[in-house]
Design a protein around this ligand. Structure first.
Ligand code: SF4
Length: 273
């Protein structure tokens, strides 16, 4: 049997329950598993991954910085030769946290910014989340940590993408990444409110391209395809200690789920397994 080592592991840290209530959250703000992985088990998982030939540890949640041993996990990954990438809402990134992340060191931090201030705060359900997100970008980039932005185009925000681009660029972000809405979890429940129709999708793509486009099947994949395909061997570790091979185009598989429940990602990946 061929052996394909996992190169990239997305680790949803235990006890990483997010304080935001995003309308589109596929993961209901993080999964409260009982019992969650312990500190020792989490470190062992990272060590195993490194030993198996892993290269990149992507630290996610919920909000991964809520995990009481998030920094220990990241430091362990770095000591073991892994690149560390963090996905965060940014609300816990103050001066001290930015210093600690620079010390790990974290190679890249992705912060989710979802619109201008009023729109962003409405989507996250958390007043002040926009200014905390922008502050995180600027604190991290001042410490020379590369910062990327996840912008998920949805009905309430797609027309604002250009102004968001300017704001995050001014704050120091180096990458503006468009991520497709995954109709799962709350995004499934709020699909009618959020999901772009064909005309809106066309407007967005043509606005980005600055010209009319021939839109066929390909257009639907150009937003995010390159990111998803960059590393073909990917896996996901969940707080309950399940590790799944991650489908390269997870949103396609997620669409097959009719009644997602909290923990819906497990369902998607179990179906895939
Ligand atoms: S910030 Fe992320 S984890 Fe938190 S609720 Fe929003 S989408 Fe979910």
């Amino acid at each position: 049997m061929d052996y394909h080592p996992i190169r990239k592991l997305e680790f949803e840290l235990p006890q990483a329950i997010c304080r935001h209530h995003c309308l589109f959250c596929a993961n209901y703000g993080g999964q409260p598993t009982e019992p969650p992985l312990t500190r020792e088990e989490s470190v062992a998982l990272v060590e195993d991954f490194a030993e198996m030939g892993g290269e990149v540890l992507v630290v996610t949640g919920g909000e991964p910085l809520e995990c009481p041993f998030a920094y220990e996990i990241m430091r362990c990954a770095h000591r073991r030769g892994l690149s560390v990438v963090l996905y965060s809402a940014g609300y816990l990134v103050d001066e001290a946290a930015a210093d600690a992340l620079a010390l790990v060191p974290v190679e890249k931090v992705y912060i989710t910014i979802l619109g201008e201030e009023e729109t962003h705060d409405r989507i996250t359900g958390s007043r002040g989340s926009y200014s905390r997100g922008l502050s995180a970008i600027s604190l991290l980039s001042r410490r020379r940590i590369a910062v990327g932005i996840n912008f998920i185009p949805m009905k309430p925000n797609y027309a604002e993408w250009r102004r968001v681009f300017s704001a995050v660029q001014a704050a120091g972000a180096q990458e503006f990444r468009l991520t497709e809405l995954m109709p799962q979890g709350r995004a499934w429940e709020n699909r009618a409110l959020l999901e772009l129709d064909t005309a809106e999708y066309r407007f967005l793509l043509e606005d980005i391209a600055g010209r009319p486009l021939e839109l066929g099947r390909v257009a639907a994949h150009t937003l995010n395809g390159r990111h998803l395909l960059r590393l073909p061997r990917r896996a996901v570790a969940l707080p309950a200690a399940h590790v799944f091979r991650r489908p390269d185009r997870h949103h396609r598989h997620a669409r097959g789920i009719r009644h997602p429940v909290p923990g819906g990602k497990n369902q998607a990946w179990e179906q895939e397994a």
